[in-house]
Design a protein around this ligand. Sequence first.
Ligand SMILES: *Cc1c(COP(=O)(O)O)cnc(C)c1O
Length: 392
Amino acid sequence: MEISQIINELGEERENYFNAVAPPIIQTSNFAFKKVADLHKAFEDESDCYRTGGYLYSRGLNPTVDILRKKLAALDGAEDCLVFNNGAAAIFAGIFANIKTGDHIVSVKAPYTWVQRMFDVILPRFGVTVTYIDGTKIENWEKATQPNTTFYYLESPNSWDFALQPIREVAALARSKGVTTLIDNSYCTPLYQKPIDMGIDLAMQTATKYIGGHSDTLGGVLSGSHAMIKKIFDSEYLNIGSGIQPFNAWLLIRGLRTLPARLERIVKTTREVVAWMKRHQKVESVIFPFDESFPQYQLAREQMKEAGGLFTFSLRTNKMGSIVKFCESLQHIMMAVSWGGHESLVIPKCAGINPNNFDPANHEHRYIRMYVGLEDASYLIADLEQALAGVD
Ligand SMILES: *Cc1c(COP(=O)(O)O)cnc(C)c1O
């Protein structure tokens, strides 16, 4: 199905709600039944209740959320998906549903903060171990796999240094060993990378970023086969109760309407800003997957249709004070976590490092990540230029 049809029509049965173009927010916790037999059917299989007895309870399924769910599954090219209250919850459920005591996970190094926390703090309590690897090479996945390995965790590109994994090869290796795969596809969104088509079992993306697009809601998506999604729905999704609320789902439907247009503009502006930054004498390096100097440029071109609005750079300075001054001198570009909204942002790596441990010889400590939003390129460049002028 074409992207335009998915975004504008799929899942929207407008004749059921006065032919309203925008769907209603069905803000209800429960749904009423007239027949015990229908209630019985809904209890029997809550994952399919709207097709049998009728909607039951909004911790499970809700009509507004279902519109979003159909669209997001179709964008991923997946049989089904679940929409969570945020991306971290989607990852947690996707992993938790697929591991048991004694299992071993192979993960890319430096995954998203809360994944790392799950691996380092929560899972060891249940006897699950994790090996972090440099995921750029298929040999490393093979070498790290143990007889009890049941799960591979991917994030491609990583959201700081944009390290990629050869997704098709990792997926094929996992299939040959009966290992389940989950990828964090937040950087690309399914518009620019399709992990399910490449053989991955579970594709996750935070909807907080590009899908929402306006920095006003959180959300998370987990896509996969019918069987996989039903397994997660019947246990972790209903038990943890981390499904998205109808109003937030409605905001994400609204965000989706303009997703392709926003991404197109962000891609174009990012190219201009990256090219300008690369020429600036106070900028030491720029890391961006679609830049020819990127170490995995070829693979990026093969796997990704486009790169989004995130890139990382470092300044020609050894002083943390200069990095701080640069970030604090920006007049329009804000300093905040997250990305994918209308507003351009920066975040310096050193904000997460104890100043006593700041090591200028460690290139990563000097990273500044920038997200390019929907402003004009010239407006952003002028702000960067005046802030760079103060760097010494
Ligand atoms: C933000 C983010 C998440 C988590 O999403 P939330 O919606 O904030 O929970 C996961 N992975 C990446 C790469 C992210 O940037």
